[in-house]
Design a protein around this ligand. Structure first.
Ligand SMILES: Nc1ncnc2c1ncn2[C@@H]1O[C@H](COP(=O)(O)OP(=O)(O)OP(=O)(O)O)[C@@H](O)[C@H]1O
Ligand SMILES: [Mg+2]
Length: 253
């Protein structure tokens, strides 16, 4: 079974950035094989890694639903859908990337969804680690057959509103039937010293802080120039902070 490290939090707080930096860290630590999963329908994990994403699981579902009869001879629909998922994997030397894409639309796609979900679950067993960048609702994680998550990082900006989202997501875990082994907060764009008011709120929520990623101007520059965050210099503040965070707070890594 692969270990699952997942990221969730309010929109725009830095989930995809930190997820990418953690993939980079895990790859550098020789933790391959790693499967990075972009589970946010407004997906951009591929972009932050400088990778083109020709096909998502959502595309496979749409294409299949338009022409369910069009299965190559000698294959059944399960083999066919599984083959398409395998082909959609973007393979790099240190990790692979799977992009979930659009959620299912109208109409009953249950059978197709079950096949796709079961196969992505099965696929994850081929990896030591699965690193999942989620949307706030964590739909993808809750649809997996096993709801096990080894490490859930709730990412917040340095604002009480971000922490409120952390509290809400934390409160949803039971309802989503997720079995989360470890949960911790990452403060994105935080100062070195967090204010008492912020720490008080965190204490009330009752989740430990794994670490702080400082404001890093290089991230904006790389974003603007569409450069992969995997190519950030090793001494960039966000890279150094991610390394510290994972070295010091890594129940699973
Ligand atoms: N520590 C940081 N320092 C400077 N800029 C940052 C930092 N973290 C994130 N950013 C910038 O903030 C923007 C949003 O970050 P990101 O896309 O990672 O957030 P997100 O939570 O994944 O957003 P969404 O909810 O839209 O998926 C990006 O332009 C990113 O470069
Ligand atoms: Mg994102």
């Amino acid at each position: 079974m692969s270990k699952i490290i997942a990221f969730a939090g309010k929109g725009g707080v830095g989930k995809t950035t930190v997820a990418t930096l953690v993939v980079r860290y895990m790859a550098a630590m020789g933790k391959s094989p790693i499967l990075a999963v972009d589970a946010d329908p407004n997906s951009n994990l591929g972009e932050t890694m400088g990778l083109d994403v020709p096909t998502t699981i959502g595309d496979i579902r749409e294409t299949y639903m338009k022409n369910p009869q069009e299965i190559p001879s000698g294959m059944d629909k399960i083999n066919y859908l599984e083959l398409l998922v395998e082909q959609s994997l973007i393979e790099k030397p240190d990790f692979d990337l799977l992009v979930m894409g659009r959620q299912e639309g109208q109409g009953c796609y249950c059978m197709v969804n079950n096949i796709l979900n079961n196969f992505t679950d099965k696929l994850s067993n081929h990896y030591k680690y699965m690193i999942v960048d989620n949307e706030a609702g964590m739909e993808h994680l809750s649809r997996r057959t096993s709801g096990k998550v080894d490490m859930l990082f709730l990412v917040t900006d340095y604002a009480l509103r971000g922490l409120r989202a952390v509290r809400r997501i934390h409160g949803m875990l039971d309802k989503l039937k997720l079995d989360v082994e470890n949960v911790a907060i990452i403060v994105s764009r935080g100062p070195e010293e967090l204010s008492d008011a912020f720490l008080e709120e965190v204490k009330e929520i009752g989740i430990p802080i794994a670490g702080i990623i400082p404001n890093d101007p290089a991230l904006l520059e790389f974003d603007m120039e569409r450069k992969s965050l995997l190519e950030l210099p090793d001494d960039s503040p966000s890279v150094v902070a991610t390394q510290k965070l994972m070295d010091e707070y890594s129940p699973v890594a």
